[in-house]
Structures are given as structure tokens and as C-alpha cells.
Design a binder for this molecule. Structure first.
Ligand code: HC1
Ligand code: SF4
Length: 573
């Protein structure tokens, strides 16, 4: 053990403990901007400096370890002056337009400047302009970048894609797209993890909220919204609601109050996906199409972008099922439009997703139906939803639980758990058991595929369903996915069915979710979804009465000709 004194308190810590960690143990919180535990411990921002008795200069606390006998001050005049100066230097290269920044009120730099009582900038402002493609779903504003390197490290160490890099030299050193390329010319998966780990507003999603307001204001348009499973687990975080208060019913109420005509839950088409993808899997399994094993899930668009750019030869192994988001759009513009007597061209379909890649997915030519334009017209992230609620001046305390509209009102717990890693696999296994044996399993029979740490790697399971043995694997995070695929390719592991989610923890940890300065909340949000499943009246996708009626009235049966036309796609296109 090492003995030292921090702010006049004596403390003993194990050898190798950083000063920042040691201070935390006695509830002294040292401010920081760039630090991300285990990912970015490079002291780039120099905000976490502390004074050590006997040392002339202050030192950074995130990457210096506590030593025997050290006497440390975390908030002395010398420390405060150094911190102020370091933050002022960052601000000198920052556009400081806080009032019009998407991260205003949730920006670590803004908070630091306030906390440090910085009320003036002694330096002349100097920041770069750039020519970012404003149509791309991910937007970068170089004038707000503080060069903390978090985006570089997240994309490299967690997602294995190295999209960002340090570019230019000397005083012009900054962060940009690798090799100074355009963002459209590199293989960004659009997972949005760099956004949720950016401490300021330098990275954000393309804002599509005005498009929704325009559609609502257009009296000729019928606006139909769907809300993804994982949104319910996080939307209240940004509005100060507890998990119990932030129900999905209140999102539906808020959307109606904003002027949306019909509201639905994407968990409904998650159930429909299970019917299509589950049957497709059983067909591949029982027909012994070995060259197409393992079958990979196809609902995560970040994963689809990844496989297409990194492992194009594996694309035929993807399930042909469209994602629940796209299925919903297709069903809205056909079955639902017909049933309410609206022309598909007069319908605007809006999705609320925890994801940035869903914006890219919806825009793909692949998903422009013959009926009217794209399946989904506008995609909002969870963050954009809460911004819209704010701009509509909705008092969250006044929101009531509202049900979805008829025809696609019902959803099951199996659909809800799609939003957490392992959920798609578990939902599929529950229904596969029924399809193969004619009997429902215990709903929790396959909980082995739930990742205990939601994203700490790979879960594998061999499950017996009737006479069939299914070798399943679940993975989240693209770096983890790359490792798994390499093992599959080398023949070191063998699976029949693999679920992949691009974001660590699955959609609950998605790049469109509320931001908490690098704090990982995917685990808690995932627990919330499993809690909702546990207490749901229906827990099997094949028992969703509205899905059963949809097949009876419209699609006939899973994998029918009509299903293939509307609910499946060719990922090779
Ligand atoms: Fe997801 Fe999905 S689970 S991909 O994470 O299959 O975004 O929530 O909506 O489409 O259902 C996201 C979540 C979501 C789809 C479903
Ligand atoms: Fe990398 Fe994901 Fe950010 Fe794209 S969105 S740059 S893949 S972290």
C-alpha cells in the first residue's frame, strides 16, 4: 500500500493507483475533460492537474500514480490558476456559441468554464472552418473540437474502425477524418459512439426535427410515428425523470401533443421480424444450407454498414429480413395506409430511434418502396425527440400513459428486449421453440444469451430445441464483432445463428441516446427492458394478436410472396 495526503486527508491506496482514483476514494472529484477510463488516459486536456508539495509544476492526476508520502492539493490557488489557463486555451480555439449549440446545458467544456469562473477570454479566438457534408447523418463541427482524442480512441479501440485521426502538424494539429478524406469516402459505421463520448458539441447527429415539424404543419400529410424499444429505457434521463416515470406511454402522449396523427411501438415489428427471421433461420437450419451458416441478424444498420465494408463476402449470410424500423415503414405505407384510406404519398413516416445509423438506413435506395418513397421518411434520435419536446414546451409532469393506435397496438416482451444485446436472439429462440415443437418454452428458458455485462464481449450458448441443437452467439461492439468474425473465419468457432449489435450493450447503448459524458448506462437501461419483459402479459412474438391478424388479413404467412416483397430485402444491392 502507498500512504499519502490529499487535501489534508490521509489515505492508503494500492500501488499503481492514479492520483485521480485515490482522490475519488475519499470523495474528492477532480475535474477532467478528456479522461475515459481504460480508453483515453492521455492527459490531453490538462484539466485534471493537481499540486504536489515540493514540485514546482502542477501534474496531471489521471495518468500519474500516487507515491508514498505525497502531499497533494486538488484545489489550491496554483491549481485553480493552471486549470483556468488550460481551459481558456481550449476556449481560444472554440467557437463558444453556447446559446446555439446542440449540447448547451450538457457540455463538459461549458460546465468547466462556469465552474472555474471563467468570465473572459484573454486570447484572440482562432478556430478552423471546414466543409463538412451537412447531409451526412453524422455532423462534425471542427470549431467546437477540443482535441481531447476521445473520438479517435473510441472509434479505434472499441469499434476497430479508425475513422478519426490526428491531422496537420504544429499549432494546426487537430482531429479530422483519417488521411484528410471526406467522411463519405471512409467506412464509418454510423454507430454514433464518437458522438456519445464527445465532451462538447463537436460531434452530433444531423438534426431532422424541422422536417417533422413541417410535416405536422402540412394539413395534407398524415404523420405516423414509431418508437424503438430502447428509447423507452433512456428518454427520461435528459428530462430528469426516473426510470419508473419515463414510460413509453408518455412518449406516445408527447408525440400526440406535438401533433403526430398516429403513434406506434417498433416492438410490434420486432415481433413481426421474429416471425420472418425465425422462420428463415429454421429453414436454413433444417435444410442444412451449410454455406449460409451462421446466419447473422440484420436489424442493426451499424452492423450492416460494417459487414458490407469489412467482410463483403459474408453479406449473403445476413438474414434477408428488413429491420423492424423498415418493416414498420413498409407496413404503414401499405396495410395501414389502405386500412385508414390514406394514399401512401400523403403519409409521412417518422421513427424515433436510439441510433444514428438508422438515419442512414432509412435513406438507402434499397428501402425506397414501389408504393411511395422510402419506407421511413424521417428518423429522429432519442436526443432529437427530447429536443422536440422541449421546443413544444411540453411539461413532462403533465404527460399521461397513452396506448398505441389500433391495428398495430400490441407488442410483446420479446419485442421489447430487442433493444438490449442478446434480446433478438432470445426472442427468436423463444419462438423457434414453439415453431419446432408446437409448445411454448418457459419464457426465461434462454436467458443464458443475455449478456451479464451488456457488451463485455461475446456470449455463446448451445441450446436444445426439440430434436435440433442450435449453436448461438451474441456480440455487441464492432471491435468485439471483428474478433468474433475472425475466429469464425479461421474455423476456431462454429455457430448456426449470430446476433450482432454495433453499439456496446446493444441499442440501449446506441449512439442516439442521451449523453452522460462518457458514463456507460447501457447496463441499467438493458435491465429496464428485461424488467418490462418479465412483467409483460405477452412474452412470445408468435402470440402477438395484432401480428397474427396482420398475417391473417394481409401477409398470409411468414415468408409468403407478399412478405418477401415488403418485409425482406437483398443486402447485396
Ligand atoms: Fe434497435 Fe431494432 S432493436 S435496431 O437497437 O431491431 O435503433 O431500440 O428499433 O429496427 O425493434 C435501434 C432499438 C430498434 C430496429 C427494433
Ligand atoms: Fe467511428 Fe462510429 Fe464515430 Fe463512425 S460513428 S466515426 S464508426 S465511432
Amino acid at each position: 500500500m502507498v500512504n499519502l495526503t490529499i487535501d489534508n486527508q490521509k489515505i492508503s491506496v494500492p500501488e499503481g493507483t492514479t492520483i485521480m482514483e485515490a482522490a475519488k476514494q475519499i470523495e474528492i472529484s477532480i475535474p477532467r475533460l478528456c479522461f475515459l477510463k481504460g480508453i483515453n488516459e492521455i492527459a490531453a486536456c490538462r484539466v485534471c492537474v493537481v499540486e504536489v508539495e515540493g514540485m514546482e509544476k502542477v501534474i496531471t492526476s489521471c495518468n500519474n500514480v500516487a507515491k508514498e508520502g505525497m502531499v497533494i492539493y486538488t484545489n489550491s490557488p496554483k491549481v485553480r490558476r493552471a486549470r483556468q489557463r488550460n481551459v481558456q486555451l481550449l476556449l481560444s480555439q472554440h467557437d463558444c456559441k453556447c446559446a446555439v449549440c446542440v449540447r448547451s446545458g450538457n457540455c463538459s467544456l461549458q460546465k468547466l468554464a462556469n465552474d472555474l469562473n471563467i468570465i473572459d477570454l484573454p486570447f484572440k479566438e482562432r478556430y478552423e472552418k471546414d466543409d463538412w457534408d451537412q447531409k451526412f447523418p453524422l455532423i462534425r463541427d471542427a470549431r467546437k473540437c477540443v482535441k481531447c482524442m476521445r473520438c479517435v480512441q473510441i472509434c479505434d479501440k472499441v469499434q476497430s474502425l479508425n475513422i478519426w485521426d490526428v491531422v496537420s502538424t504544429g499549432s494546426r494539429t487537430t482531429v479530422g477524418v483519417q488521411e484528410n478524406k471526406k467522411i463519405n469516402d471512409v467506412n464509418c459505421a454510423l454507430c454514433g459512439q464518437c458522438i456519445t463520448h464527445c465532451p462538447v458539441g463537436a460531434l452530433r447527429e444531423r438534426d431532422d426535427t424541422e422536417k417533422v415539424w413541417d410535416a405536422i404543419a402540412d394539413s395534407k400529410k398524415v404523420v405516423v410515428a414509431q418508437v424503438a424499444p430502447a428509447v423507452r429505457a433512456a428518454w427520461g434521463e435528459a428530462l430528469g425523470l426516473s426510470r419508473e416515470e419515463a414510460t413509453v406511454g408518455k412518449i406516445m402522449d408527447a408525440l400526440k401533443k406535438m401533433g403526430v396523427d398516429y403513434v406506434f411501438d417498433t416492438s410490434f415489428t420486432a415481433d413481426l421480424t421474429i416471425m420472418e427471421e425465425g422462420n428463415e433461420f429454421l429453414q436454413r437450419l433444417t435444410k442444412g444450407e451449410l454455406n449460409l451458416r451462421p446466419m447473422f441478424t440484420s436489424c442493426c444498420p451499424g452492423w450492416i454498414r460494417f459487414i458490407k465494408s469489412q467482410y463483403p463476402h459474408l453479406v449473403p449470410q445476413l438474414s434477408t429480413a428488413k429491420s423492424p424500423q423498415q418493416m414498420f415503414g413498409a407496413v404503414m405505407k401499405t396495410y395501414f395506409a389502405e386500412s385508414i384510406g390514406v394514399k401512401p404519398e400523403d403519409m409521412v413516416t417518422v421513427s424515433v430511434m436510439p441510433c444514428v445509423a438508422k438515419k442512414g438506413e432509412a435513406n438507402m435506395e434499397l428501402y425506397a418502396g414501389e408504393y411511395a418513397g422510402h419506407d421511413v421518411d424521417i428518423v429522429l434520435t432519442t436526443r432529437e425527440l427530447t429536443r422536440m419536446m422541449r421546443s413544444a414546451h411540453i411539461e413532462v409532469d403533465t404527460l399521461k400513459d397513452r396506448e398505441c393506435d389500433p391495428l398495430m397496438k400490441e407488442y410483446t416482451g420479446a419485442g421489447v428486449i430487442f433493444g438490449a444485446t442478446g434480446g433478438v436472439m432470445e426472442a427468436a429462440l423463444r419462438s423457434a421453440h414453439y415453431l419446432l415443437t408446437g409448445k411454448n418454452p418457459d419464457p426465461d428458458a434462454f436467458k443464458i444469451v443475455r449478456s451479464p455485462a451488456f457488451g463485455s464481449g461475446v456470449i455463446e450458448a448451445e441450446v436444445q430445441i426439440g430434436h435440433a441443437k442450435v449453436r448461438a452467439a451474441v456480440v455487441s461492439g464492432l471491435g468485439n464483432t471483428r474478433k468474433l468474425i475472425e475466429q469464425i473465419e479461421k474455423g476456431q468457432v462454429h455457430y448456426d445463428f449470430v446476433e450482432v449489435m454495433a453499439c456496446p450493450g446493444g441499442c440501449v447503448g446506441g449512439g442516439g441516446q442521451p449523453i452522460h459524458d462518457g458514463e456507460e448506462l447501457a447496463h441499467d437501461r438493458g435491465e429496464n427492458l428485461y424488467f418490462l419483459d418479465k412483467h409483460a402479459d405477452l412474452r412470445f412474438s408468435h402470440e402477438n394478436p395484432d401480428v397474427i391478424r396482420l398475417y391473417h388479413d394481409y401477409f398470409e404467412k411468414p415468408l409468403s410472396h407478399k412478405s418477401h416483397m415488403l418485409l425482406h430485402t437483398d443486402h447485396n444491392k
